[in-house]
Write a protein that binds this ligand. Structure first.
Ligand code: PNS
Length: 166
């Protein structure tokens, strides 16, 4: 039996924290689908295509596929014949939202097991939101995101700066 898992998220953008979870999940499962949600209702810095491109440029594990999904995560997991959904857990603050999501998903499809991997301590503070805030203010995020993401952030915010200047 090939054991597959999905790792869904917004990945706006992907960080070293996400990559840590991806590589650890790739060691646990035969195949991992890292899936960025195409959500037209949520405002994002990067388009889904940009996020996918950065994910593909950053993930090196051979048994990982990066792609886009729409709709319910459990239905996407079923389409990929995955037995589990992986999520990263940082601080206690993540727990409540993740518990709600896990409970909802369990009601929707109890066959998909939720697997939570504790973020490595060096990434415990790291989030896409922090990366975007620091990058938007000109801070250095090179230690927090892979090089293709850092380049994209610089490009994105230098263009915004350019527009603001007279
Ligand atoms: O990186 P994020 O924003 O914490 O990821 C959240 C995500 C995409 C995993 C979650 O919003 C999701 O699974 N959305 C798909 C819709 C769904 O399945 N909703 C029911 C579970 S709450």
């Amino acid at each position: 039996m090939v054991r597959k898992a999905i790792y869904p998220g917004s990945f706006d953008p992907i960080t070293f924290g996400h990559l840590d979870i991806i590589h650890r999940a790739a060691n646990l499962f035969d195949h991992v689908y890292v899936a960025v949600l195409h959500n037209t209702q949520k405002q994002a810095l990067f388009t889904v295509d940009e996020r996918l491109e950065m994910m593909k440029a950053s993930v090196t594990a051979e048994n990982v596929t990066c792609e886009v999904f729409e709709g319910l995560a459990v239905e996407y997991a079923q389409r990929r014949a995955a037995i589990a959904m992986v999520r990263g857990l940082r601080a206690v603050s993540d727990f409540e939202a993740e518990l709600k999501m896990a409970t909802a998903n369990r009601h929707l499809n109890a066959d998909i097991e939720m697997i939570y991997l504790m973020t490595s301590s060096e990434h415990s503070f790291l989030s896409s939101s922090i990366v975007k805030e620091v990058a938007s203010l000109g801070g250095n995020v090179d230690g927090w995101v892979p090089a293709p993401v850092s380049a994209r952030l610089k490009e994105k915010f230098s263009r915004k700066e350019g527009r603001k200047s007279p």
